[in-house]
Design a protein. Structure first.
Length: 287
C-alpha cells in the first residue's frame, strides 16, 4: 500500500514538473511568436511611417488617427514602436549569431587543445572583467556609433559567456568513451570536433544564446538610451525611450508603450530560455 502511494506521488510529481515545463516553454515561445507576428504583420495592414512629421499633432495622446499618440515631433508612436522593434530585434539576432559562431569556435579550440586553453581563456577573462555596458560604450566611443559597431561592441561583450559554456561542454565531451574510440579509429580532429563534440554542446549553446538574445536587446536599448546606439531618425526601443526623457511627464505614453514592448520581449525570451534549459538538460529536469 505504501509503495503504491509513493509511486503515485512520484508520478504526480513528474506530471507537475512536465506541466511547469510546458508553461515556461509554451508560454515564452507563444509570447515571442505573438510579438514577432505583430511586428511583421501590422505594417502590412496599417500605413505606418515612423519618420513622418505632423507639427499639428505634437505630443497628442492616443486617438483614432494616432493609436498610441505622437512624440515631440508629431511622429506616430505606433509606427516608431513597430519599426523600432524591427531594428532592436535585428540587432539582437545579429549579436546572437555572431556570439554563437565566434564563441563556439573559441570554446571548442580551448576545450580540446591544451596549449590554446590558457591564452584564450585569459583573453575571455579580460573581456569579462569589464562591466558589459561600460566596455560596449568604450568601443562605440572609439569606433563610432553605427549599427554595425553596435553589433560588434555587444558581440565582444557577450562572446566570453558563450565561449566558456562551450569550453566546459567540450572538456567533458572530449573525455567520453565514444570520442576516445573515434580517436583510436583514426578519425581526423575536425571530424571529431564537428560530429562528436559539437552536437553534444549544442543543447547548452541553444539555451545560452536564447538568454543572450534578450541581453543583446537590453544592451542595445541601454546604448541607444544614452545616445550611443542606433541613431535617430532610425527608431529603436532604446532611442524612443531616450527621446522621451524631455517630455515624459506631460506625455507618459512615450515611455509606457515602448517600455511594455521591450519588457514583454525580454520576458518572453527569458521564459523561453528557462523552458528550453529544463527541457534539454536532464539534470535540471531531475532537480
Amino acid at each position: 500500500m505504501t509503495s503504491t502511494v509513493q509511486t503515485e506521488s512520484k508520478t504526480s510529481g513528474r506530471s507537475f514538473r512536465r506541466r511547469h515545463l510546458n508553461v515556461l516553454l509554451i508560454g515564452g515561445g507563444s509570447l515571442f511568436v505573438m510579438i514577432l507576428a505583430t511586428l511583421i504583420l501590422l505594417p502590412l495592414f496599417l500605413p505606418l511611417n515612423p519618420n513622418a512629421l505632423d507639427y499639428a499633432e505634437i505630443l497628442t495622446g492616443p486617438s483614432e488617427v494616432h493609436r498610441l499618440g505622437t512624440d515631440a515631433l508629431g511622429r506616430d508612436l505606433l509606427a516608431r514602436v513597430i519599426y523600432g522593434g524591427h531594428n532592436s530585434l535585428l540587432i539582437g539576432a545579429s549579436v546572437m549569431a555572431v556570439t554563437a559562431l565566434a564563441g563556439t569556435v573559441i570554446g571548442l579550440c580551448a576545450g580540446t587543445t591544451a596549449w590554446l586553453d590558457g591564452p584564450l581563456m585569459r583573453i575571455m577573462d579580460i573581456l569579462m572583467a569589464f562591466p558589459a555596458l561600460l566596455l560596449a560604450l568604450a568601443i562605440l566611443a572609439a569606433f563610432g556609433n553605427t549599427a554595425f559597431n553596435v553589433v560588434l561592441a555587444l558581440s565582444l561583450v557577450y562572446i566570453p559567456r558563450t565561449a566558456r559554456i562551450v569550453r566546459g561542454e567540450a572538456l567533458v565531451l572530449s573525455r567520453m568513451p565514444y570520442v576516445e574510440a573515434a580517436e583510436a579509429l583514426g578519425a581526423s580532429r575536425l571530424r571529431i570536433l564537428l560530429l562528436h563534440i559539437l552536437p553534444g554542446a549544442i543543447p547548452a549553446l541553444v539555451v545560452q544564446e536564447t538568454f543572450l538574445f534578450a541581453y543583446a536587446i537590453l544592451g542595445e536599448a541601454g546604448l541607444s538610451f544614452v545616445g550611443l546606439g542606433l541613431q535617430p531618425p532610425d527608431p529603436s526601443w532604446g532611442n524612443i525611450l531616450g527621446e522621451a526623457r524631455a517630455s515624459f511627464q506631460q506625455a507618459s505614453w512615450l515611455v509606457i508603450y515602448p517600455g511594455i514592448a521591450l519588457a514583454l520581449t525580454v520576458l518572453s525570451l527569458n521564459l523561453l530560455g528557462d523552458g528550453l534549459g529544463q527541457f534539454i538538460d536532464p539534470k535540471r529536469r531531475a532537480r
